[in-house]
Design a binder for this molecule. Structure first.
Ligand code: HEM
Length: 368
C-alpha cells in the first residue's frame, strides 16, 4: 500500500506540479505580507505555522484554512487544527515516556485522544466526500492540473493498476498535512532567526532577488536563496535523524551491525562533522553550498531529507515553498530579533524546531 501511494503521488511532486503549486504558495506569501504591513512585532512560530498550513492546504487540497487572509476561519477547521495539535503533542511526548509513566499518562490522555483522532478523521472524510461530489478541483482555483487530493482519489498505481482505498486516502491527507507543515515551519523559523540576527544576510538575499519578480522561474533559479536554505538545514535539520534496520549482517565504519538491528542515523551530528565540513563546521556560512568542492563532497553527509526510497517525497515542495515565502519577506521587510536570545534555542517535538521567538518587522524603505 505504501508503494502504491508513493507511485501514485510521485507526479504530484514533479517540477511540473511545482509550477502549479507556485500560485497557491505566492498567494500565501501575499497574505503574509498584507498581515505584516500592519504589525511591528511578529510571533514567528505562530505565523510560520499558519503560512505552511495554508500552503499545503491551498496547494495540495485547493482549500484555504482561513489562517491568513480570506475567508475567515470556520469553527470546524479551528477544532480540526486543535485536535491535530493535541494529537501531535501527545505522540511526541509519549515517545519519551518511561514505561509506567507512559501507561499512566496514556490512560489519562486516551479519551481526549480518541475524540481528537475521530474528529480529524471525520473532517477529512467530509473533505473527500465533497470532492467526490464536485469532481476534479483543477488545482488552486486555476485551469491547471489536478491537486494532491485529486491524484490520491483518481489515479491508478502504474504498477498494480489499483486505486487507493478511501481509508488510506484519508490517512494520506492527514500525513501530508502534518509532514507538510511542521518541518517546513521549522526550516523557515531557523531561516528567519539567522536573517534577523545578521543584517548582512538580509543584504545578500535581497540583492539575489530578481528585481521584484515573483515568477516560478525567478525563484526556482535563485542559487543564493537555495544555499541559504541548505545551510539552515545543515545546522538545524528539522528531522534530526532517521532509523534504518540492517537487512543483513553489516560492517559500518568499523562497527559490526547484525541483521535486524536498528541504527539511528544522526544527521544533526554528521552534518556538523569537522572532518567533512571543515573547522568552521559549527558556523553559519551559506556560501559553502555555492563552493563546488564542498557541494561535491557533501552529498554523502548531507541528509536532511533522509535517504533511499523512503526519503522525503515533499523535498522540492518544501524548498520551493520556503523560497517563495522567504523571498516575499526579504523583498518587503527588514527584520530584527526583539527578544535577542542568541544563539538559537531549539526544542524537540516531532521535529527539531526553534523555541518560539518574536521578530520586529518594518517595511523596506523604498528607493528614491
Ligand atoms: C523542510 C521540510 C521537510 C523536511 C526537512 C523533511 C524531512 C523528511 C524526512 C527526513 C523524512 C524521512 C525520510 C527517510 O526516512 O529517509 C521525510 C518523509 C516524508 N516527508 Fe518530508 N520533510 C519536509 C517537508 C515535507 C513536505 C512539505 C511534505 C509534503 C508536502 C513532506 C512529506 C513527507 C512524506 C509523505 C514522507 C514519508 C515518505 C515515505 O515514507 O514514502 N515532507 N521527510
Amino acid at each position: 500500500l505504501w508503494g502504491q501511494a508513493r507511485r501514485i503521488l510521485t507526479p504530484g511532486f514533479s517540477q511540473e506540479a511545482m509550477r502549479v503549486y507556485h500560485r497557491a504558495m505566492q498567494s500565501v506569501s501575499d497574505d503574509l505580507t498584507a498581515k505584516w504591513n500592519d504589525l511591528s512585532d511578529v510571533s514567528v512560530h505562530e505565523d510560520m505555522t499558519a503560512a505552511t498550513l495554508e500552503v499545503i492546504s491551498r496547494a495540495g487540497f485547493s482549500q484555504s484554512m482561513g489562517l491568513l487572509g480570506e475567508p475567515a476561519q470556520a469553527s470546524e477547521t479551528k477544532e480540526f487544527l486543535s485536535a491535530l495539535e493535541r494529537t501531535l503533542d501527545w505522540a511526541s511526548q509519549s515517545s519519551n515516556d518511561l514505561p509506567i509513566v507512559g501507561w499512566v499518562r496514556g490512560r489519562h490522555a486516551k479519551p481526549q485522544l480518541s475524540r481528537d483522532v475521530a474528529f480529524a478523521q471525520n473532517y477529512v472524510d467530509d473533505l473527500i466526500k465533497v470532492r467526490r461530489r464536485t469532481g476534479v478541483a483543477r488545482a488552486n482555483g486555476g485551469e491547471e492540473g489536478p491537486d494532491l487530493l485529486d491524484l490520491m482519489m483518481n489515479s491508478e498505481d502504474p504498477e498494480t493498476g489499483q486505486t487507493l482505498p478511501d481509508e488510506n486516502i484519508r490517512d494520506q491527507v492527514l500525513t501530508f498535512l502534518v509532514a507538510g507543515h511542521e518541518t517546513t515551519a521549522a526550516l523557515l523559523e531557523v531561516a528567519l532567526h539567522y536573517l534577523a540576527s545578521a543584517p548582512t544576510v538580509a543584504t545578500t538575499l535581497r540583492s539575489s532577488l530578481d528585481a521584484g519578480s515573483t515568477t516560478y522561474e525567478s525563484i526556482a533559479k535563485n542559487r543564493v536563496l537555495r544555499a541559504f536554505l541548505s545551510e539552515c538545514l545543515r545546522l538545524w535539520p528539522p528531522v534530526p535523524g532517521f532509523f534504518r534496520v540492517a537487512r543483513t549482517d553489516q560492517n559500518l565504519g568499523g562497527f559490526e551491525i547484525p541483521a535486524g538491528r536498528a541504527v539511528f542515523v544522526l544527521a544533526l551530528a554528521a552534518q556538523r562533522d569537522h572532518k567533512v565540513w571543515g573547522t568552521d563546521a559549527s558556523e553559519f556560512r551559506a556560501s559553502r553550498f555555492i563552493d563546488t568542492r564542498i557541494t561535491a563532497r557533501s552529498g554523502e553527509f548531507f541528509a536532511p531529507w533522509g535517504a533511499g526510497p523512503r526519503s522525503c517525497i515533499g523535498r522540492q515542495f518544501a524548498l520551493h515553498e520556503a523560497a517563495v515565502l522567504l523571498s516575499g519577506i526579504v523583498a518587503n521587510f527588514d527584520v530584527d530579533l526583539v527578544d535577542r536570545h542568541e544563539p538559537i534555542r531549539m526544542r524537540e517535538r516531532g521535529t527539531l524546531r526553534p523555541e518560539p521567538f518574536t521578530i520586529g518587522v518594518s517595511r523596506v524603505a523604498m528607493e528614491g
